[in-house]
Structure formats: C-alpha cells, structure tokens
Ligand binder design. Structure first.
Ligand code: NAP
Length: 339
C-alpha cells in the first residue's frame, strides 16, 4: 500500500516552500508536488529588492527560490517535479486525501494548496501566437529585448503602471492602453507615470488582435475604441499585458470553495479551507497583497495550521494490504472515525 504522507504540499512558490520548511522542521516529512516550472512567478523576475534579508541590491528571483527550496530540503522535504492533475478529498476530519499526478496517486492526511497565480491573458487572436516573441507578461524579464522601441502596456491597474514606468527606461515610447478613461491604479502611480515624457496614454481602447508587422521586432496591435468601436492599428515593438492575475485553482474547483474570481476561500485569518485537513496559502488565496513575503508568511501559517490539525485530529485507520488502485471509493468518501 502507498504510504500515507502527513502533508502533501501542492505548488512551490514562496508559500509552498515556506510551508515545506516549517512542516519539515516540525518533523512531518512533507512531500512537495512542485510542478515542472518550480519556483512560481519569481522564477521570471530579475532582482527582488523587497524580500527582507538581502541588502545591497536584493537577490535574483531564481536564486531566492533556489535558496528557499534548498532550505526546505535541508530539513528533509521531498520533492516531486511534476504536476498535480486532480484531487479527491475526504470530507470528514481525519480522512485521507488523494492527490493524482497523472496515473499516480499520493495519499495524505493533510494537504497544503499553494499553486499560486498566473498572468491573466487577454484572449485575443495573435496573443498566444506571439507570446514570447513580442508579447510578454513580465517587464522585468523581457524589457531589454525592446530597447529603443515603441512598447505597448495593456491594463489600468497598479501592475500596468509599474510595468509602464519600468519599461519607459528601455523603450523610446511606452503606450499605455486601457479600456476605460479612469484608471484602477492608485493616484500616486498615475501621477508618477504622467511625469514621464515618454509614457503616452491611449484610452478608452482595448486590443482586439496582434499580428506580425514589417521588419524585425515589429508587431501590429489592432485597438478598438471602447465607446465608438472604431478600429486603429498601431505599430509596436512589443506588448506587455498587465491585466491582473488568475489563481491556479482549476484542480480544486468544484471540490474546494473558491470565490467568483477563482481564489480559494479560507476561514477568517486562518488558512483553513472548507475541507478539513486542507489548507491554502499564497497567491492562490490573496488577490490583494501578492508579495513574495506575504506569500511566504501565509505558507508559514498553513504549515502551523496543518501541524495543529494533525496533532488534534484522530487518525482514521487506513485499510491495510490494499494497493491504492484497489481501494473502494466509499472508504475514502466516508472515512470512519478512530475509536
Ligand atoms: P488589477 O488591479 O485587477 O487591474 C487590472 C487592470 O486590467 C484593470 O485596469 C482592468 O480594467 C484591466 N483588465 C482586466 N481584464 C482586462 C481585459 N480582459 N481587457 C482589458 N483590460 C483588462 O490588477 P493589478 O494591476 O495586477 O493589481 C493587483 C493588485 O496588486 C492590486 O491590489 C494592486 O494595487 C496591487 N499592486 C500594487 C503595486 C504597487 O503598489 N506597487 C504594484 C502592482 C500591483 P478595469 O479597470 O476596466 O477593470
């Protein structure tokens, strides 16, 4: 029979690795299903200057993630560099949860969800085709490719303004395209951006298509006026899409309570989800702060919540001698309480 883990952590950004660090130091021997692209969105950033503890210019995102991973490994965390594909969760306290990775099944008494968030896509023609070849979701990763060119930024929130101001140091001109005349971004960000000579605002427009243009590094964005529907074509070097993030909650949707935007709901200030023994942390839960350090903090909370749950919840005896594939579904759906 497959071993039943104390805790399986799904996802590997700052939240997942911090949860791994804490649960491994608590001797729970966590098992992290970290995904193929382990390390989360920070793997796509260059310098991280606002993670405490790294004076003198900060630390590169990938280096920070490697350090978090190594530190968790030092205390006995085990990793699987693969993608969790679905979950089957026991509904009663003490029940055993199943995490599927393709055709393999892993069992655990508790699960910490930390799958993070991904950049939201516009979903217009050409976006996918030009992704990584003129269209990007990460200015810090790709700005240098667009030196002295006309760069489009799409979005009206703080992220779009942050990206625009960062890109203004590289591009000849930054065209900030937003679908409304009002910006969701904070006033101070808007004022700062207005002070840049080479940031131009184009509102209320939204891209409806991207395609290759003439010459090297040239793309064309077709923009639609939000009120009149008038179409305009703009030649650009590239475009950065900064229209928010989407939580990566697909594998638990329908099983765990999520809000209208797909963020996993937790109980008050805890990391407890609606399913006993299942906890959630990081960007999967948080649409407000979304910082590496807040994600790490909530990973710590999830680890402590899991530790206390395991301490306080009687174990449901697992049927012995049965390979996982042969277990009757009912045994997992309605686990017995230990006597
Ligand atoms: P956001 O605040 O949700 O803004 C997303 C923007 O994209 C909105 O302006 C939205 O337009 C637009 N948008 C969404 N879907 C679109 C679509 N399909 N087509 C065209 N436009 C679309 O997201 P965010 O900017 O990533 O910020 C998220 C959170 O992080 C916020 O709380 C923000 O304050 C915070 N943050 C803070 C900083 C900072 O302070 N330094 C930096 C970055 C982020 P509408 O306005 O019309 O809905």
């Amino acid at each position: 029979m497959a071993d039943v883990e104390n805790v399986i952590i799904i996802g590997s950004g700052p939240a997942g690795y911090t949860a791994a660090l804490y649960t491994s130091r608590a001797n729970l021997k966590p098992f992290v299903i970290e995904g193929f692209m382990w390390g989360g969105l920070l793997q796509q950033t260059t310098e991280v200057e606002n993670y405490p503890g790294f004076p003198g210019g900060g630390i590169a995102g990938p280096e920070l993630m490697q350090k978090l991973r190594d530190q968790a490994e030092d205390f006995g965390t085990r990793f699987l560099t693969d993608q969790a594909t679905s979950v089957e969760l026991a509904t009663e306290p003490g029940g055993i949860h199943k995490v599927h990775v393709g055709s393999d099944v892993y069992l655990a008494r508790s699960v910490i969800l930390s799958m993070g968030a991904e950049h939201k896509k516009l979903g217009v023609p050409g976006e996918q085709e030009l992704a990584g070849a003129g269209i990007s979701y990460c200015a810090t990763c790709d700005a240098a490719f667009f030196k002295d060119q006309v760069i489009m930024v799409v979005g009206g929130g703080d992220s779009a303004f942050e990206e625009a101001m960062f890109l203004a140091k590289f591009g000849r001109k930054v065209l900030l395209v937003h679908r409304r005349d009002e910006f969701r971004a904070s006033k101070i960000m808007v004022e700062r951006a207005r002070a840049f000579d080479n940031i131009e605002f184009k509102t209320p427009y939204a891209p409806v298509e991207f395609h290759e243009g003439d010459g090297p590094f040239k793309r064309v964005a077709r923009l639609k006026h939000s009120d009149t529907g008038e179409i305009e074509e703009v030649e650009i070097g590239g475009a950065f899409i900064a229209i928010g993030h989407e939580p990566q909650s697909e594998i638990v949707e329908g099983v765990i309570d999520v809000d209208d935007d797909g963020y996993v709901k937790v109980d008050g200030r805890s990391t407890r989800t609606n399913v006993p023994g299942v906890f959630a942390a990081g960007d999967l839960v948080d649409h407000t702060y979304r910082q590496a350090v807040t994600a790490a903090g909530s990973g710590c909370q999830a680890a402590l919540d899991a530790e206390w749950y395991l301490r306080d919840t009687p174990e449901v005896p697992t049927p012995e001698g049965l390979p996982v594939g042969d277990l009757a579904e009912a045994q997992w759906a309605a686990p017995q309480t230990a006597s």
